[in-house]
Design a binder for this molecule. Structure first.
Ligand SMILES: Nc1ncnc2c1ncn2[C@@H]1O[C@H](COP(=O)(O)OP(=O)(O)OP(=O)(O)O)[C@@H](O)[C@H]1O
Ligand code: SF4
Ligand SMILES: [Mg+2]
Length: 326
């Protein structure tokens, strides 16, 4: 019997984005900010890849490249196995986004029904006479009552606004959703409800998610795969269970040591992060983490480590990975 191998919903290969940074007035020319510096990953239908790392490591830039809101400087994006060379209307429909700040992402002078009708018109989702029913259905799917349709965003709570943002994303039947810090702007008391909603929708609609977060405890709960970014590179990628049971890269270990919730992989305390992230416009030679790494040796200043397998689908980019205790 032949088995059908499914293509990932999303594949990114060697994505690169370097921003030009103007030097101060007395210096010549421009500097490059290497925001995203050659990263690759796949996400299958119904699965979540979490992208984690400190502020400025390139998470949102990666999201914008995938959404085609920024021009690539290098690399390729494949959606359902097909190379994406331009953002066609069908591409714009299939890839949706849930924003960090639901208030900023909803047009303030439009009622919810107009906010939800607009993408249906743009993407010609259903005949005009069926749009009202479709809007009621998506409101129900995100746990909102139908009377919400007649309200303005400022008449809603933060949680309700984020539900409207999610309703807008799912209303056009996407296959893939980028969630960039989807609950970090919300009150702690309603974060779990929104996360559970995203998980239910994923299960019911077989959605693939790229989930961007600073919050490792949340990532442990929602993701299937974790990718750790440091200064534009993925330094570790692993199935979520493996990652939290035993992160391999010194940076990941330090990140986990800063987490409030105990994880098995943090039972042998690693030193929490010290020092500032180096500048993405002036990267250290060799390993970009070496200026903060307690295990750095001479080789780390000369040769940049590449991602390599440490078993079980677990990849890490560190010269000393074999010496690091689980
Ligand atoms: N339009 C831009 N022009 C120049 N530099 C930019 C631009 N957008 C982002 N950067 C730089 O690229 C790097 C990555 O930024 P990005 O917003 O992707 O980080 P992030 O990981 O999402 O951070 P945060 O967790 O704070 O949201 C940073 O050094 C940032 O200053
Ligand atoms: S390659 Fe060297 S500097 Fe980089 S994480 Fe590994 S030990 Fe630390
Ligand atoms: Mg960001």
């Amino acid at each position: 019997m032949t088995s059908i191998v499914k293509a990932p919903v999303l594949e990114v290969r060697n994505l690169v984005k370097h921003f030009d940074l103007r030097r101060s007035w007395f210096q010549q020319g421009t500097q490059k900010v290497r925001a995203v510096d050659g990263i690759s990953f796949d996400i299958m239908a119904g699965k979540t890849l979490a992208l984690v790392g400190e502020s400025g490591c390139g998470k949102s830039t990666t999201a914008k490249l995938i959404l085609k809101l920024l021009q690539l400087d290098g690399g390729e994006i494949y959606l359902n196995g097909e190379l994406v060379s331009e953002a066609t209307p069908e591409f714009r429909r299939k890839i949706q986004m849930v924003f960090q700040d639901p208030y900023a992402s909803l047009t303030p002078h439009f009622k919810v029904k107009s906010i939800l009708r607009e993408p249906l018109v743009v993407h010609d989702i259903c005949p005009p006479q069926e749009r009202q029913n479709h809007i009621q259905d998506v409101l129900a799917a995100v746990g909102l009552s139908s009377d919400i349709a007649s309200r303005y965003p400022h008449e809603l709570s933060g949680g309700q606004r984020q539900r409207v943002g999610i309703a807008r994303a799912i209303s056009v039947n996407p296959t893939f959703i980028v969630c960039d810090e989807p609950v970090s702007a919300l009150d702690v008391s309603i974060r779990a409800q929104i996360i559970n909603l995203l998980l239910d929708l994923q299960e019911n609609r077989n959605l693939a998610y790229l989930f961007i977060s600073h919050d490792l405890d949340l990532v442990a709960h929602v993701s299937d795969t974790v990718a750790v970014m440091y200064l534009g590179k993925i330094v570790e990628k692993a199935p979520t269970g493996d990652f939290f049971a035993g992160p391999k890269h010194p940076y990941s270990k330090a990140l986990l040591a800063s987490s409030l919730v105990p994880h098995p992989g943090n039972r042998k305390q690693f030193v929490p992060l010290v020092g500032e992230v180096a500048s993405a416009a002036n990267l250290p030679s060799g390993c970009r983490f070496r200026t903060r790494c307690p295990l750095a040796i001479d080789k780390c200043a000369v040769i940049e480590p590449t991602l390599r397998s440490v078993g079980n689908g677990h990849l890490a980019a560190c010269h000393r990975v074999d010496e690091i205790e689980p």
